[in-house]
Design a protein around this ligand. Structure first.
Ligand code: T3D
Length: 255
């Protein structure tokens, strides 16, 4: 068995691959630790301009490894690992793209929903599997689901635990795009490349849209003013405005 998490950086795109394909990339402690380390490194490394999270083999992530459950108190595992990586994805000031190459279940769905953009391969699917084994949604599922699709649909998925096809996920608003399997890697590379060539303000846009969901209008207006000052002072904003007046495409550097 190889490393449970693979990490590469190329042309500004960091790709983090969950790599336990024989278990559909379900999380054990080693995979949690590798994933948390990878997210911290992606946040720290200035060469990383966007992050792609995907799975090896035919699955994206099947949530908790059920062969590994019960070795530690569940609340402790959820707080120490799942909650930590969900927080890291949300606070990472770089766009994070979930490339859902195959089935996602339980916390694997939460992982996709925590990302900023979600691309699904046509054959991929999502399963709110918690109820099927007598558990409750975790890793932010109860936060993301009703916000994305409303209370009743969230309840339907969470109470019945049925498989949702990629096409249905898109119709519900659980992913941005569905791509035919054969074109999936190219579509992921296209979006990741665009994000990696984007300006520094992309990270601040992520912070703003996230706060816009949660905070009252007056606070968000103030945060917009504050971050607009920061954005306007960035090298990328200077380049963007110069490029506009020179009628050419901007060359952003992420600073
Ligand atoms: O512990 C805590 O801290 C609590 C935290 C909980 C967070 C959670 O995520 S709870 C939810 C855990 N996940 C599940 O309940 C999902 C279980 N898996 C499934 O329901 C199905 O496998 C799928 C719907 C994901 C895929 O179905 P299918 O038919 O495409 O594949 P399969 O044949 O069921 O699975 C393929 C293999 O992966 C199989 O192994 P085998 O027989 O080839 O040796 C299967 O056992 C293994 N596998 C799939 N999911 C898991 C798993 N092994 C361990 N843990 C899994 N979650």
């Amino acid at each position: 068995m190889g490393e449970p998490v693979l990490y590469t950086v190329s042309e500004g795109v960091c790709t983090i691959t969950l790599n336990r394909p024989e278990r559909l990339n379900a999380f054990n402690v080693e995979q949690h630790e590798g994933f948390i380390g990878a997210l911290k490194e992606a946040a720290r490394d200035p060469a990383v301009r966007c992050v792609v999270i995907t799975g090896a083999g035919r699955g994206f992530c099947a949530g908790q490894d059920l062969a590994d459950i019960g070795n530690q108190p569940i609340g402790q595992i959820v707080r120490r690992y799942y909650n930590t990586w969900i927080g890291l994805i949300r606070s990472l000031e770089k766009p994070v793209l979930a490339a859902v190459n195959g089935v996602a279940a339980g916390a694997g769905v939460s992982l996709a929903l925590a990302c900023d953009l979600v691309l699904m391969a046509e054959s991929a699917s999502l399963v709110q599997a918690f109820v099927n084994i007598g558990l409750v949604p975790d890793s932010g599922a109860s936060y993301f689901l009703p916000r994305l699709i409303g209370y009743h649909k969230a309840m339907e998925l969470a109470l019945f635990g049925d498989k949702v096809s990629a096409a249905e996920a898109q119709a519900l608003g659980l992913c941005n795009r569905v791509v035919p399997d054969e074109g999936f890697q190219a579509a992921v590379a296209d979006w990741a490349g665009r994000l990696a060539r984007g300006p520094r303000s992309m990270g601040w846009i992520k912070r703003l849209i996230g706060r816009g969901l949660e905070r009252p209008l007056d606070e968000v207006l103030e945060l917009e003013a504050h971050l607009q000052e920061a954005a306007a002072a960035s090298a990328d904003a200077r380049e963007g405005i110069r490029a506009f007046s020179e009628r050419r495409a901007p060359n952003f550097t992420g600073r």
